[in-house]
Design a protein around this ligand. Sequence first.
Ligand SMILES: Cc1cc2nc3c(=O)[nH]c(=O)nc-3n(C[C@H](O)[C@H](O)[C@H](O)COP(=O)(O)OP(=O)(O)OC[C@H]3O[C@@H](n4cnc5c(N)ncnc54)[C@H](O)[C@@H]3O)c2cc1C
Ligand code: FES
Length: 476
Amino acid sequence: MAVDVVVVGGGLVGLTTALLVRRAGAGSVAVVEARRLGEGTTGGTTGKVTSQHGLVYAQMIDRHGEDHARMYAEANQAGVELVATLTGEYGIDCDLTRAPALAYTRDPGRRRTVEEEAAAAGRLGLPASLVESVDLPFEVEAAVRFGNQLHFHAGRYVAGLAAALSAAGVAVFEHTRVLDVEEHRDGTARVRTAAATVRANHVVMATLLPIGTIGGYFAKTRPTRSFGLAARLRGPAPQEMTISVDSPTRSTRPWLDPGPNGLIVVGNGHDTGTEQDTQAMGEDLEQWTRSTFDVDSVDYRWSSQDYTTADHVPYIGRSPMNDRILVATGFKKWGLSSGGAAALILGDLIAGHDSPWLPVFDATRIGDAKAVGQLIKDNLKVGADLDRLRSHHGRDLAPGHDGVIDVDGDTVGAYRDEAGGLHAVRLACTHLGCRLCWNAAETSWDCACHGSRFDIDGNILNGPAVEALPTVNLSP
Ligand SMILES: Cc1cc2nc3c(=O)[nH]c(=O)nc-3n(C[C@H](O)[C@H](O)[C@H](O)COP(=O)(O)OP(=O)(O)OC[C@H]3O[C@@H](n4cnc5c(N)ncnc54)[C@H](O)[C@@H]3O)c2cc1C
Ligand code: FES
């Protein structure tokens, strides 16, 4: 079987790219998704579509110059407007709403930094201003306000893109995990799944992080997760989108489902797969929400993951060593705008055009070699830290508890579910072998090295791993 363009991954990036390349005239386009469309990070996002990514522009100008920062700003503003355009063109019902985005500090010591950011963003042509109050029930020291940004229901937007793809004749394969992508000696690429191998002129790796070892991106990015919740307040919720620049991060936006009282809150970012009390972190976010707002109910709770690159700019474009494989990764929790930019850049490259923004995002860049080196060192250290073994016997586990057991020299992770069932898996990550760590908040086995995650029966929740964990039969 041969296809012009295969897009691997059915999140915002994959679906937008598939639509743009099809509209630009690609002969045949297929999307291959391991789970259901939108079930990855796109389904666990806050839903802010904005070129305001915390405080980034002043520092970017300092480090890379004004032209570089302007390209980053333009690309992300284009990503924002792409969402508005596609929503309008396809009549997507996704609660798309214009609202300002504010990044604020409560710390007088940070006032200067916020002022500099407002000035820098304004110089780059972004709709930025400095303000001293935000739509939150507390005082702030200063905030950068970006006008005319967007928020939306990401799941409904994905559903709208899926309908547009179907109408455009793009084939979508859900529940199909890609196991490998490689360049063939005839110059095309091969995409391998358990059922078939497909030949493609171009393959877009839109899997949050490229799978396996493609391009070495696993070693040049850091996975982190954050908690989110959707609450109903007893009165009207803030209608602006806000994010603290102080730690811990607190990000809010209106949640329109229940009407004007709905609020989404996201925060407590943390490294994936480390021995932290994830349950306490989720509870802490809820506690902050309840102590800050008059909360009637918390209706949904979740956690989600994204990757950050060494220089905090996503890698978008051709993968090193392989012209046929294109990648988009390292969105630093801002992939709803940068993901649109990625789709525009990748669409241009596939159509054989240059992209004006490529110099900033170029996926073959080495970037700041010192920062990349530090990231790789951190990865190695994380692997070593995990080498602590808790001894336990599976049969002693109480319902709702996990344990790490030595079985004939193999480290096995066991979990007893609330119904008394025992689930046991080998704890060597199937990506590159790092030891997995228990995530109590999400009852999963997580890898600190590059962010792969597995459920209690070893099924993959997050790549770059492409193989499930082997299960182990422990006597109950
Ligand atoms: C808590 C949180 C809040 C966020 N809030 C915002 C926000 O407000 N604004 C913003 O701009 N950004 C936000 N982000 C970031 C943004 O959501 C992501 O950057 C963006 O959704 C990434 O889209 P994607 O398509 O690259 O990845 P995903 O949506 O994760 O899609 C990747 C897809 O690839 C599939 N896949 C993986 N491996 C394989 C394989 N081997 N074969 C086939 N398919 C595979 C996955 O199942 C998944 O569906 C947030 C991130 C987090 C974690
Ligand atoms: S994700 Fe790479 S070793 Fe686990």
